[in-house]
Design a protein around this ligand. Structure first.
Ligand code: NAD
Length: 490
């Protein structure tokens, strides 16, 4: 049984209550690890450590020196990708071939922001006063609280940690209470790279205790949150306590639309990647599929045949295409939603049940439900599982209307060989990320984030780094004269 302590101020520490909680391997349903659960005192200690580090040694480093630390984090990820991948697979059930690849690719995010650390410049202003020289600089904000969900943790941590450190902030990362092991293995690696104590702190605990205390802590000035929309509402309320700058990366119910002139084989692969990749446990999962009426039957037939061939199994095996779901709660939530959808008229086309060929583990069949309208439960709400709702449309205008008719706006997929169609639709769709004739890609260069209930702020890309800074404006009086009437604003 693995036992993980909290990583605070460069040391491993048991929570002050000595309480531990357990994690279950979703492929075996067996308890495999325990985690020290942070309480109010531990959170306070972590934030104060980050604050002391912010005011101390870390703030004295030059930007390129901070960059070199980020490069070291990238190097250690690449060197330990297999180990990190195996741990993430054990804890979350996500396939090893993806977790291993991701751990290594995530290094690129650290390299990207390492390069940016010394390229964020201020400016000299063309000020409208002859005796003033005025310039701006970008300053770090202070202590960042990063709240991470259980899926894609290495990625969702990198897009917060790397720009935060590049700009000179310090951080407390709260790993989810579900499957936090990858972040504590990551802590073991960063512990070896010689960062000043307290620059990175990694804790875990329950959201409504540890998460709440962290995001309302008076010394926290920036909150970067990824998770569900209901939790986000708590985060915004918590931030009323410290008036932090908040960014929210939330859920989605992303539409994928196939026009009749699409390359069908490519579109089938796109749909498969969008909803069955990572067993649909992705915030950008393309869970609403719209098919133009002329190709509806043919496309669905081919999709069913592709779905039938998906290999479900041990997430550690290379040939596996879909592993288990991460938690039992997801499994039952998905079952309930499918049941309600069918009761309300949805037609089950494929799957819809637990995968019984494997006796242990939270496996669920890839599922396709045909829906007359997209107001049915499975077609409307985020399920975070391999459940695809399929609807028909007629023409571009209806496609746009349907794609936008949901409270979320994270991602969208458009498949068509007509570039006019793809450009018009991608412009009209209210989503932060649009994939044309492809799906499910990430890059440190490409901003990531949503519209509407999918949140605000962006992660990855050049502009993000500025979100971890504040502009300071400095006025310098160049006049030889003494200041005139001090009672009038100039
Ligand atoms: P969740 O909202 O339940 O939990 C996310 C994190 O918030 C956890 O660390 C949890 O402990 C913490 N938390 C819970 N209550 C809190 C509170 N009151 N105060 C502070 N923190 C609190 O989400 P989840 O189930 O772990 O993850 C799945 C969700 O995340 C889905 O909705 C998914 O779409 C979303 N997600 C979004 C993105 C994105 O980039 N847009 C990426 C991945 C996942």
């Amino acid at each position: 049984m693995e036992k993980y302590k909290l990583y605070i101020n460069g040391e491993w520490k048991e929570s002050s209550t000595g309480k531990y909680f357990k994690s279950i391997d979703p492929s075996t349903e067996l308890e495999w690890a325990q985690f020290s659960e942070a309480n109010a005192d531990d959170v306070d200690y972590a934030v104060k450590s980050a604050h002391t580090a912010f005011k101390g040694e870390w703030s004295k480093l030059l930007a390129n020196q901070r960059g070199s630390f980020l490069r070291k984090i990238g190097d250690t990820l690449k060197e330990n990708a297999e180990h990190l991948g195996a741990i993430e697979t054990r804890d979350t059930g996500k396939m090893y071939k993806e977790t291993k690849f991701q751990a290594s690719y995530i290094a690129e995010f650290y390299y990207y922001y390492a390069g940016l650390a010394d390229k964020i410049e201020g400016s000299t202003l063309p000020i409208d006063k002859s005796d003033m020289q005025v310039f701006t600089t970008r300053e770090p904000i202070g202590v960042v609280a990063a709240i991470i969900p259980w899926n894609s943790q290495m990625f969702l941590t990198a897009v917060k940690l790397a720009p935060a450190l590049a700009m000179g902030n310090t951080i407390v990362i709260k790993a989810s209470e579900i499957a936090p092991a990858p972040l504590f293995e990551f802590a073991k690696l960063i512990d070896k790279i010689g960062l000043p104590k307290g620059v990175i702190n990694i804790i875990t605990g329950h959201g409504n205790e540890c998460g709440k205390i962290l995001t309302s802590h008076p010394l926290v000035e920036r909150i970067a949150f990824t998770g569900g929309v209901n939790t986000a509402r708590h985060i915004v309320r918590n931030s009323a306590e410290n008036l932090s700058h908040v960014t929210l990366e939330l859920g989605g119910k992303s539409p994928v639309t196939i026009f009749k002139d699409a390359n069908i084989e490519n579109a089938i692969n796109g749909v498969t990647a969008s909803i069955f990749g990572a067993s649909g446990q992705s915030c950008i999962a393309g869970s609403r599929l719209y098919l133009e009426d002329e190709i509806y039957n043919e496309f669905l037939e081919q999709l069913i045949s592709k779905t039938k061939s998906i290999l479900i199994g041990d997430p550690m095996k290379d040939e596996t295409q879909m592993g288990p779901l991460c938690t039992f709660a997801q499994l039952t939530n998905i079952e309930e939603s499918i049941k309600k959808t069918i009761n309300q008229g949805g037609k089950l086309i494929f799957g819809g049940e637990r995968y019984k060929e494997i006796k242990q583990g939270w496996y669920f069949q890839p599922t396709i439900i045909a829906c007359e309208n997209h107001n049915l439960p499975a077609a409307e709400n985020e399920l975070f599982g391999p459940v695809l709702s399929v609807m028909k449309f007629s023409g571009e205008d209806e496609a746009i209307k349907l794609m936008n008719d949901n409270t979320f706006g994270l991602a969208a997929g458009i498949f068509s060989e007509n570039s006019g169609t793809t450009l018009r639709v991608s412009k009209a769709v209210r989503a932060g990320i649009v994939f044309v004739n492809t799906y499910r890609l990430i890059s440190p260069v490409a901003p990531f984030g949503g519209f509407k209930n999918s949140g605000f702020g962006r992660e990855s890309g050049l502009e993000t780094v500025k979100d971890y800074s504040r502009i300071k404006t400095t006025w310098i009086n160049t006049s030889k004269k003494i200041m005139s009437d001090p009672f009038i604003i100039k």
